[in-house]
Design a protein around this ligand. Structure first.
Ligand code: ADP
Length: 397
């Protein structure tokens, strides 16, 4: 079955058409600047990327353009839209309502809408994409795959904050965690790759991208994760602060004369390795800066790596041990320097890094030495494939 995977943001939309039988990508691309002017990128497998700038006043026109590109006579990946068997949508927040992916029905959409205030920037955009697809592809079954779902197995002691309990009762303020599709895919895939029994395993997944999070996975189920009510908590990220002393917010607000929105803007967009380095949120730029002797680029990489190592340590405590650690996403898959720095802190666990293997990037690979007590791997994530798999499983059920 061909599955169209859609990841809809407020002004952008990423898509992939995946043949789920062979698990190959038939075509993929991106709509950008929706509601502003519009830019479409489309690439059929094996052909060059095409870009165009058609008007995209709303997500509906954007999706129509994607569907037109998919059936285009010359470069289309399919002949007719009837060849799309299902659509899988990424949905950011499923609150406590969704512990797994779900078939999209009117009732399901109403439940997603109730989670909107937990992710006011993301969920409404996801819903717009779903509704546009419903209009343009009536009758095609659709599935919602939630970023938060995999983390719903966390125990209360991991998800409750040290706040008045009534905030949980009244507003559902708790840890939810994000990147769940990736943490789920990577933990399962690493167990397969290493020939481990996932039902008897202790795994830590470090998803290090622009947004970054770590999870502790016991017997295939998430028991803790570093992101919280929102994706701001936890690791130091590209532009997000991650964990800070909450009192810094009032201190900076007074010093810089900022209101709460202004402080949140700093924590989300001007902090992280970008804020520390004053140079960039991209690790390629930071490594270049460090190699050219820029001390703040070096400091940003150190702070980032140290925070990752501290979280790994705390998750070893949560799991009472660890069998295998996975590095994934843009930085985890491509930055040997960061992996090496993190692993330097893990000697007490008996982790030894194979320096040669660690020089590789972007493929399933064991990067610890054969005698390392804990296996360390690079496991490239594939959230779109994970969404396609869940979609097929639910549509065929
Ligand atoms: P997101 O999906 O959160 O936007 P990604 O997982 O795509 O992020 O990761 C993007 C980040 O990965 C970049 O900002 C950069 O820091 C890092 N990255 C990508 N390629 C490389 C590379 N070759 N070397 C070092 N870092 C890289």
């Amino acid at each position: 079955m061909n599955v169209l995977v859609i990841n809809c943001g407020s002004s952008s939309l990423k898509y992939q058409l995946i043949d789920s039988d062979t698990e190959t990508v038939l075509a993929k691309g991106l709509c950008e600047r929706i509601g502003i002017d519009g830019k479409l990128t489309y690439q059929k497998a094996g052909l060059a990327k095409e870009t165009s700038e058609p008007a995209m006043p709303t997500h509906k026109e954007a999706i129509q353009l994607v569907l037109d590109a998919l059936v285009n006579e010359k470069t289309g990946a399919i002949k007719d839209l009837s060849e799309v068997g299902a659509v899988g949508h990424r949905i950011v927040h499923g609150g406590e309502k969704f512990a797994s992916s779900a078939l999209i029905t009117d009732e399901m959409l109403a439940a997603v809408e109730e989670c909107n205030d937990l992710a006011p920037l993301h969920n409404p955009a996801n819903l717009i994409g779903i509704n546009a697809c419903k209009d343009l592809m009536p009758g095609v079954p659709m599935v919602g795959v939630f970023d938060t779902a995999f983390h719903q197995t966390m125990p209360e002691k991991a998800y409750l904050y040290g706040l008045p309990y009534e905030y949980y009762e009244k507003y559902k303020v708790r840890r939810y965690g994000f990147h769940g599709t990736s943490h789920s895919f990577v933990s399962k895939h690493m167990a397969e790759f290493l020939g481990m029994d996932i039902n008897n395993s202790k795994i830590i997944v470090a998803h290090l991208g622009n947004g970054a999070s770590i999870s502790a996975v016991k017997d295939g189920k998430c028991v803790d994760t570093s992101m919280g009510l929102t994706p701001l908590e936890g690791l130091v990220m590209g532009t997000r602060s991650g964990d800070i002393d909450p009192a810094i917010m009032e201190f900076i607000a007074k010093k810089e004369n900022l209101d709460i929105a202004g402080v949140m803007n700093v924590l989300n967009k001007k902090s992280g390795v970008q804020g520390i380095s004053k140079v960039s949120s991209d690790f390629r730029d930071l490594e270049e800066g460090m190699n050219n002797g820029n001390p703040l680029c070096a400091a940003a990489i150190e702070v980032f790596s140290y925070r990752v190592a501290k979280y790994i340590g705390s998750y070893v405590a949560a799991l009472n041990g660890v069998d295998a650690i996975a590095f994934t996403a843009g930085i985890g898959e491509n930055a040997p320097t960061v992996r090496a720095k993190v692993c330097e802190y893990l000697g007490y666990l008996g982790v030894t890094l194979d320096q040669e293997a660690n020089g590789h990037r972007g493929e399933d690979l064991i990067i610890s030495t054969p005698d390392s007590k804990v296996k360390v791997c690079i496991i490239p994530t594939d959230e779109e494939l994970a969404i396609a798999r869940d979609t097929v499983a639910l549509v065929k059920a």
